[in-house]
Design a protein around this ligand. Structure first.
Ligand code: ZN
Ligand code: MN
Length: 484
């Protein structure tokens, strides 16, 4: 099952000057959407009154003991399998550090025996990005610095909310396989799609249930990796792209001035568009890891793993491939429909005989994300067929589709109610004749091959039919008339 092949990357261009290349590895923390926390029975709930979802365990009171949450462990393994990882027997470890958001003064995490190792995910263009590990750990509490614009050093005082302390997390450590900010964006978007598909988290970057840290360094092509910096506080895909671009250019400037890049953790400031020094980078030794004595190791049985595998639905990469094959497009062209959850609808409509190109156009331009649930696939296919058979113009089809989404109605009935009757070819022909008769000068130009005057005739027919005629059909009739 495990595929440890590393893809030989074609090194896409990050647009950096002087032959410099960016090397990016992402660490993504994802909160699992279990009912309760990782080691206690407190509710795992965002937005509650501060310090109400707490107990002796998640407050780290002396004598309290953790018990691992079975659902959280299962979710973490499901995520590992969806990322093509090997699920290994694993051990919880104490990661020791002193910070007020961590009431025990250590975080229960995993160290040398993580649950998931050696996986990969596939970007829409088929490039595979390696996953080194995806381990289970508990979240910290949340501090708010009051006064001084919310910055810790200028603040008057700080508040701490332990509702988040002990919420289950999976930390997904990607390999340094990414070469451009755009690839990094695609990686996070893909990871998010997978997490949503397997329903282990709501993966909301803006609420912090999915958080991205980026390791970035620069080098000249084929040289060894340079010294990296880690950027924190990337809470949107836009911030991620901007921060990577800024940080790579900062490092290039240093190196070209003959200076060194210092390994450190930096903070992205969305307002000024720069990264700032936060602290020198910790090494594993600084955390004095040791095996957590209060928890047993995790060692899932073959049956457990088989049940987890069986619970994984078709993943975005396979969905892109399926839609691409059915619609006759590339997986990249099918990506938007899959990302917006409209691929099942598109597949069903194509299966029902609707024109694939028109289906893809509607799915990409005329439907919002998740509107598929409000559309019957057979009705959607019916609409597309009315359009391709000439019963409805493109504009009319769009209006009918919008109403179908609103009301769940049937396309024929909506078109009839709106007076979108198919225009009889005979009626259209006589209107074209009228238009020609009304402007013989323009007609002479059209016959002489001047396509610029086409609009005048189409405009005449459109005005006479209050926009109901099919512009393409009018143009076609004009051509036929001109050809004699
Ligand atoms: Zn608790
Ligand atoms: Mn972590």
């Amino acid at each position: 099952m495990t595929d440890t092949t590393t893809t030989d990357l074609a090194a896409p261009d990050a647009g950096l000057p002087g032959g410099w290349q960016m090397v990016i590895g992402l660490e993504v923390h994802c909160e699992l959407s279990t009912a309760t926390k990782l080691f206690c029975g407190c509710p795992n709930q965002f937005g509650s009154e501060p310090n109400t979802n707490v107990c002796p365990v998640c407050l780290g009171l002396p004598g309290s003991l953790p018990v691992a949450n079975d659902a959280a462990v299962t979710y973490a393994m499901r995520l590992g399998r969806a990322l093509h990882c090997e699920v290994k027997p694993s051990v919880f470890a104490r990661k020791n550090y002193f910070y007020p958001d961590q009431p025990k003064d250590y975080q229960i995490s995993q160290f040398d025996q993580p649950t998931n190792i050696e996986g990969w995910l596939e970007l829409p263009d088929g490039i595979r990005i390696g996953i080194e590990r995806a381990h289970i750990e508990e979240d910290t509490g949340k501090t708010s610095h009051v006064g001084g614009g919310g910055r810790i050093h200028e603040a008057g005082y700080s508040l701490v909310d332990y509702n988040r302390a002990g919420v289950p997390l999976v930390e997904i450590v990607g390999k340094a396989d990414l070469r451009t900010p755009e690839q990094a964006r695609q990686y996070v978007a893909e990871l998010r799609s997978i997490i949503l598909a397997i329903e282990v988290s709501d993966a909301k970057m803006e609420e912090g249930s999915m958080r991205v840290d980026a390791n970035v360094s620069v080098r000249k092509a084929d040289e060894p990796y340079g010294t990296r910096c880690e950027i924190k506080n990337l809470n949107s895909l836009r911030s991620l792209v901007r921060a990577l671009d800024y940080e790579a250019r900062r490092q290039i400037e240093l190196l070209e001035d003959g200076e060194r890049v210092i390994q450190q953790t930096r903070h992205w400031d969305e307002a000024d568009g720069r990264t700032h020094t936060l602290r020198s980078k910790e090494e594993a030794d600084d955390y004095r890891y040791f095996a957590e004595p209060d928890l047993v190791p995790l060692d899932p049985s073959a049956e457990t793993l088989a049940a987890i595998d069986a619970s994984i639905p078709t993943l975005p990469a396979d969905r892109r491939q399926a839609l691409a094959t059915a619609a006759g497009v590339t997986p990249v062209e099918a990506a938007m429909a899959v990302e917006r959850g409209l691929d099942d609808l598109a597949l069903a409509a194509i299966e029902a005989g609707a024109n694939p190109a028109r289906v893809m156009t509607h799915v990409e331009h005329n439907l919002a994300a998740d509107e598929a649930v409000r559309l019957d696939a057979a009705n959607f296919a019916g609409l597309v067929t009315m359009e391709t058979s000439g019963e409805l113009t493109a504009t009319q089809a769009k209006q009918v589709l919008a109403e179908m989404v609103e009301t769940g109605g049937e396309p024929g009935a909506i078109a009839a109610a709106r007076g979108f009757e198919a225009m009889e070819t005979g009626a259209l022909e006589s209107l074209v004749d009228e238009a020609i008769a009304a402007d013989p000068e323009a007609w002479a130009k059209f016959c002489a091959g001047d396509a610029k005057v086409t609009g005048a005739f189409v405009g005449y027919v459109m005005k006479a039919t209050k926009g109901q005629a099919d512009g393409k059909a009018v143009t076609e009739l004009l051509r036929r008339r001109a050809a004699g």
